[in-house]
Design a protein around this ligand. Structure first.
Ligand code: KIV
Length: 262
């Protein structure tokens, strides 16, 4: 998968995107035929156990993205630019995006925000680095929003999201994530831009969907946003497996001869 192939999927075929944070999760996503793997800064929550994405660093993103690259043969790999790696100024943003691309071998970066980041997006794209945008609920702004509630529910916010999508398209994004916005707003945004939109909690009308690996497999159950569909319950299964293992160790029914050397 490459960026032009993803862009060409708009209006032809829905785009599937899933996060992954290491070799094993990337192999699972890639072998299953996912179009885009996102090394999301959601790793702050599901890998590091933090309460937000704010503390995640560029070094940590690079560490995880390198492992994802090792496990991926076909999917396009997009890496999140973490909080404060692009907000201060566009020169620093280009340097950080460049580090991510050079050190990980991944294909593109993603950053959150609208018109206020148009110059930054344009500078990164001009350096030859594809950028995916992210509008609606942008978790790096949690301290401004005050909660992870859906965005764009009033007319003023909805209008800004549509305008922002046009601004960042003009600045050069190849795709836009729409997070936690009403489905009719997501439809309007999708119809207003020529690049694909990828929704998470944005309804069925976007050009693609993204979920967090640990959410959709039921590995992470600290909380469950409304938009998460669990396609498996792997945490429950894993806890049962570990319980059985512990029991067998205690009662000496593991290991048997099958797992022992003569
Ligand atoms: O970090 C992440 O996983 C994301 C998705 C929720 C889109 O940005």
């Amino acid at each position: 998968m490459n960026v032009p192939q993803i862009v060409a999927m708009k209006d032809k075929e829905k785009i599937s995107m899933l996060t992954a944070y290491d070799y094993t999760s990337a192999r699972i996503a890639d072998e299953a035929g996912i179009d885009i793997i996102l090394v999301g800064d959601s790793l702050g929550m599901v890998m590091q156990g933090k309460t937000s994405t704010i503390p995640v660093t560029v070094d940590e993103m690079i560490y995880h993205a390198k492992m994802v690259k090792q496990g991926t043969k076909n999917a396009l790999i997009v890496v999140d630019m973490p909080f404060m790696s692009y907000q201060a100024d566009y020169v620093e943003a280009v340097r950080n995006a460049g580090r991510i691309m050079k050190e990980t071998g991944c294909d593109a970066v993603k950053l959150e925000g609208g018109r206020e980041f148009a110059v930054t997006i344009n500078a990164i794209v001009s350096a030859g680095i594809p950028v995916m945008g992210h509008l609606g609920l942008t978790p790096q702004s949690i301290n401004i929003f005050g909660s992870y509630k859906a965005r764009g529910k009033n007319e003023k916010e909805a209008k800004k999201i549509i305008e922002d999508a046009k601004y960042i398209q003009e600045a050069g994004v190849f795709s836009i994530v729409l997070e936690s916005v009403p489905k009719n707003l997501a439809k309007k945004v999708t119809q207003s831009v020529s690049v694909p939109t990828i929704g998470i909690g944005a309804g069925v009308h976007t050009d693609g969907q993204v979920l967090v690996f640990h959410d959709m497999l039921g590995l992470f159950d600290d909380f469950k946003p409304k938009f998460v569909k669990r396609y498996a319950h792997l945490k429950k299964e894993a806890v049962e497996a570990v319980k059985t293992y512990t029991k067998e160790v205690k009662e000496e029914s593991f290991p048997t001869d099958e797992h022992s050397y003569e």
